[in-house]
Design a protein around this ligand. Structure first.
Ligand code: SF4
Ligand code: SF4
Length: 356
């Protein structure tokens, strides 16, 4: 028997939230498609060069409009965006509590057993299918990071969380260790209440950022952010920023680790998002010694693959230089003539720093 078609926006919005919870999401909401004020800064942010080498952010529609400047520019048929969030927090301590000079730091989101893109999208598809089933004729598109949409702005207007001064989405109950998935739809879903900003007078993230990437509250220059430098940036890392990267080898958690809203954040329950112990605080020696085979085996299905072998080894030797551990000197001297010229150049810099 065909499912009864629901056309009422409020009922559909409620059904989305229930289905999202059944699919393993911790929170979900609906936002209308609008040219929200937060999106108005996007062209100017790109213009200032803050996106660095992330050229995919510059994609435009046939009229030359930046797709990410508004959902209408990418999908003229869209009326609402469903935003679902799942908690990926786990028990290991924060990077700000890790002080072993022999070890590096991989960002918390990349510890998961399965690449979150895959597991979140799988659950999101369940919500999308249910929506199509009950709403009848409609268009939908589901994305986890890959769509031309600034998810965090829609997360705010879907009531999932406010955009903190560290530019992360923060949920009052969960903190900011959340993955977002969005469904763009032609349906008019009754919007949730936007999330109120609860940063108040706090500036802990801005003060803690080692590279000054949070140039002002709510604004980030991605080209200074350790996440960009260690993951997206290919080739040489600017010398002036190398020391500030500290022992971060893939991403950076500092501005989230210091956030008061994360201090008592609950742990996530999704099995696919539980941490792989070997990725928490990995030994720098292990990372620097990797070859194509060990990299492929160790990071199969992991977001860490995005840094590529060369990038991860580059980051590991940089972290050795920042560790203060002179026991790395013989290894760095060897790596100074590595077959990968980027690794070799960073190893020479790291060895010189340790000898200073
Ligand atoms: S992720 Fe790290 S480098 Fe980037 S803004 Fe936050 S603290 Fe700064
Ligand atoms: S550290 Fe403070 S200012 Fe920064 S995001 Fe968290 S609450 Fe907001």
């Amino acid at each position: 028997m065909a499912a009864k078609v629901i056309s009422e926006g409020a009922q559909l919005a409620e059904l989305v939230k229930t289905t999202a919870r059944d699919a393993g999401f911790d929170v979900a909401g609906c936002a209308p498609v609008r040219r929200f004020p937060e999106l108005a800064h996007f062209p100017e942010w790109l213009e200032a060069g803050h996106a660095g080498e992330m050229h995919y952010l510059e994609s435009r529609n046939a009229e030359g409009e930046l797709k990410r400047s508004s959902v209408e520019a990418a999908f003229p048929w869209a009326r609402s965006v469903v935003v679902c969030a799942v908690n990926y927090n786990s028990a290991p301590p924060y990077s700000t509590a890790a002080h072993d000079p022999k070890r590096g730091w991989i960002a918390r989101y990349a510890w998961t057993r399965e690449d979150y893109h895959k597991s979140v999208l799988r659950n999101l598809k369940q919500v999308e299918e249910r929506l199509r089933e009950v709403a009848g004729e409609c268009r939908t598109l589901a994305y986890v990071d890959t769509g031309p949409i600034v998810e965090r702005v829609y997360a705010k207007y879907a009531g999932v969380g406010w955009i903190g001064k560290n530019t992360c989405v923060i949920n009052q109950q969960l903190g900011s260790w959340i993955f977002l998935g969005v469904i763009v739809t032609s349906l008019e879903l009754t919007p949730s209440l936007p999330a109120a900003d609860r940063c108040g007078t706090c500036t802990a993230c801005i003060e803690a950022c080692p590279t000054g990437a949070l140039t002002e509250p709510y604004r980030m220059d991605a080209t200074r952010c350790i996440s960009y430098l260690t993951i997206e940036k290919r080739g040489e890392i600017p010398v002036k920023l190398r020391s500030a990267i500290r022992q971060n080898v893939f991403g950076c958690d500092i501005c989230q680790d210091v956030c008061p809203w994360n201090q008592d954040a609950p742990l996530g329950a999704e099995p696919a998002l539980q941490p792989r112990p070997e990725l928490v605080n990995p030994a720098l020696d292990w990372l620097a010694a990797m070859d194509h085979e060990s990299f492929a085996n160790s990071f199969r299905g992991s977001p860490v693959r995005r840094a590529k072998l060369s990038g991860l080894r580059r980051n590991a030797v940089l972290a050795m230089g920042n560790s203060g551990g002179r026991e790395f000197l013989p290894r760095l001297d060897q790596l100074s003539t590595d077959g990968d010229p980027i690794v070799a150049e960073h190893a020479r810099w790291a060895a010189a720093k340790l000898r200073e």
